[in-house]
Design a protein around this ligand. Structure first.
Ligand SMILES: [Zn+2]
Length: 280
């Protein structure tokens, strides 16, 4: 089964693949970064003595799975202070409103994804026209280059638009066993099926957003990367439940570059096809 194919076409919880709701053990990625999502929908917990950051949720019924993973690692969901998302699509946001209520955490979001979060997906230029998840009040707008500080967490915001208007990635340096690891939580430039880039574009500037995302991501210095879907960063090849923690498990700079280049190639092919079809 191709999860990558499925997540580009599925638009409702009823049609969600099993891998999105299938439990998967919470595990340490590196240092204070933990994966607490399901088998394929990534949720990240970044911990500090002053509280935690939670990135993404999963489907609307994912909260118990996320909570169980957080607690299995020795943390409390109630200590989450800041909620972030990587892309305002329902399969990554649907439990945000519930977790915000449970924790009292603030929701921080980038331009345009903040709008979509606040209207529950209604103004999504591709999947919108209806609500696809419970709306979340956004407490603070964040911008590219901004460094989110919480306790000793220093997390840099990257605007990597295209997949959604406000798609975002986050990066930080983690020191483990006398070595610095440059870590990126990357929103990859995948193109949902039916989306238009240059001819009657899904939103004005979408092609330019993707091009800029690929340019920025290729220039990133990355030791460790993870992404919004486990399948995107080959989670299940790199890690098996019960594997002991090793800082090197997710080191994969070449894999990141290759995946960005592969997605850029798909983008260039779609631009060429649309342009050729529009030619007289
Ligand atoms: Zn998406």
């Amino acid at each position: 089964m191709s999860t990558l194919l499925l997540f580009s076409t599925v638009t409702s919880q009823a049609a969600a693949p099993d891998s999105w709701s299938q439990p998967f053990p919470g595990h340490r990625v590196i240092g204070n970064l933990y994966a607490v999502g399901t088998y394929d929908l990534s949720v990240y917990l970044i911990t500090s003595d002053a509280g935690h950051i939670l990135i993404n949720t999963g489907l609307e019924d994912s909260t118990p799975l996320i909570r169980a993973n957080v607690e299995s690692l020795g943390f409390r969901l109630e200590d989450v202070k800041i909620l972030l998302s990587m892309q305002a699509h329902w399969d990554h946001t649907a439990a945000l409103a519930e977790i915000k209520d449970l924790t009292g955490a603030e929701m921080w979001a980038t331009l345009d994804d903040d709008r979509v979060l606040e209207d529950g997906g209604f103004s999504d230029p591709h999947f919108g026209g209806k609500q696809s998840f419970k709306p979340i009040t956004v407490d603070k707008r964040i911008h590219a280059g901004e460094v989110i500080e919480l306790g000793d967490i220093r997390l840099t915001v990257h605007e990597h638009g295209g997949h959604t208007e406000g798609s975002s990635s986050y990066s930080m340096t983690v020191r483990e066993q006398d070595r610095d690891y440059r870590v990126v939580i990357a929103n990859m430039g995948t193109i949902n099926s039916g989306k238009r880039l240059v001819v009657d574009p899904t939103y004005p500037g979408v092609a330019e957003d993707f091009a800029e995302t690929f340019r920025l991501q290729k220039a990133m210095a990355v030791d460790i990367w993870v992404a919004a879907h486990g399948s995107q960063y080959k989670l299940h090849e790199k890690y098996q439940p019960g594997d002991p923690y090793r800082p090197g498990t997710f080191v994969d700079p070449d894999g990141f570059l290759q995946e960005v280049q592969r997605l850029e190639q798909l983008y260039l092919e779609q631009v060429a096809v649309e342009t050729a079809q529009a030619a007289p």
